[in-house]
Ligand binder design. Structure first.
Ligand SMILES: C[S@@+](CC[C@H](N)C(=O)[O-])C[C@H]1O[C@@H](n2cnc3c(N)ncnc32)[C@H](O)[C@@H]1O
Length: 242
């Protein structure tokens, strides 16, 4: 119990720290600095007369810096706006491999069935579904690095026909064909954002397995406690059926 609570707290901590956002802001500020430095140098030279300035190699070099800074700033702003559009429903915190297997077993995943992992991280659930259960797995992941990492691993394992990861917002996908949905997301994201979408989209009989956090509006068909994942952490997994 204590261990489960501790893991939930760690998970929440990651969400509150928003480390990726902070680092990204650092890069953004650095680029803004480059732009402003270029702008100051530009003004200095422009005062000396534009014709002289244009002949001046240093001026041209600084003009280049200014334009590079401007482009970097615009690209950074565009990427940041794109990420900000989608809600981050949980930070990256992978399910241990031993629990992955238990989740897919609990979800009674069968060969050729369609499973979706919502917020698929490094793709471990999708890969296990395709490789070990001969199912058809689709992950949805917002983070570009995790998307690339999972896609590369799927290719390396030659699972492209039965496994894939969509880079995008899990709140904007179609799950109407799903036989099994797996999630490891924060409780408020599950209750406020995901539940209404799944209630609208899922076909009758579709199963949902959630790691550590409940769908509080639904009654689980089965709950399993895993006291030790091999690294001393406890977990709880919930099975729901629509
Ligand atoms: C706790 S991790 C779980 C990863 C994986 N499902 C597992 O169990 O190992 C949650 C993942 O959801 C992703 N995520 C959060 N919000 C998302 C969104 N709106 N759309 C897609 N992915 C999202 C995060 O980037 C992170 O990789």
């Amino acid at each position: 119990m204590t261990l489960r609570f501790a893991s939930a707290v760690t998970f929440k901590e990651h969400a509150h720290n928003g480390l990726a956002t902070a680092l990204w802001d650092g890069v953004f500020l650095y680029r803004l600095g480059t732009l402003l430095r270029g702008l100051c140098a530009f003004k200095e030279h422009a005062h000396n007369g534009l014709a002289t300035a244009l002949r001046d190699g240093v001026f041209l070099y600084r003009l280049g810096t200014l334009l590079r800074g401007l482009c970097a700033l615009l690209i950074a702003a565009a990427l940041q706006a794109q990420e900000a559009e989608a809600d981050k429903l949980a930070p990256y915190y992978p399910t241990p491999e031993s629990v992955v297997r238990r989740m897919l077993d609990l979800g009674e995943l069968k060969a050729s069935e369609k499973m979706f992992d919502l917020g698929s991280g490094d793709g471990r659930l999708v890969i296990a579904a395709a490789r070990d259960f001969k199912a058809d797995g689709t992950g949805v992941e917002l983070d570009a690095d995790l998307w690339k990492q999972s896609t590369d691993r799927i290719k390396k394992l030659k699972l492209e026909k039965t496994a894939r990861v969509i880079q995008g917002d899990l709140l904007k996908q179609d799950y109407s064909s799903a036989d099994l949905i797996t999630v490891y997301l924060l409780p408020h994201s599950i209750d406020d954002q995901l539940t209404p979408i799944l209630e609208k989209q899922l076909k009758k009989g579709a199963r949902i397995v959630s790691h550590d956090f409940e769908f509080s509006k639904w009654k689980p068909v089965k709950t399993i406690d895993i006291d030790d994942d091999g690294e001393g952490r406890s977990h709880r997994i919930f099975l729901y059926r629509r």
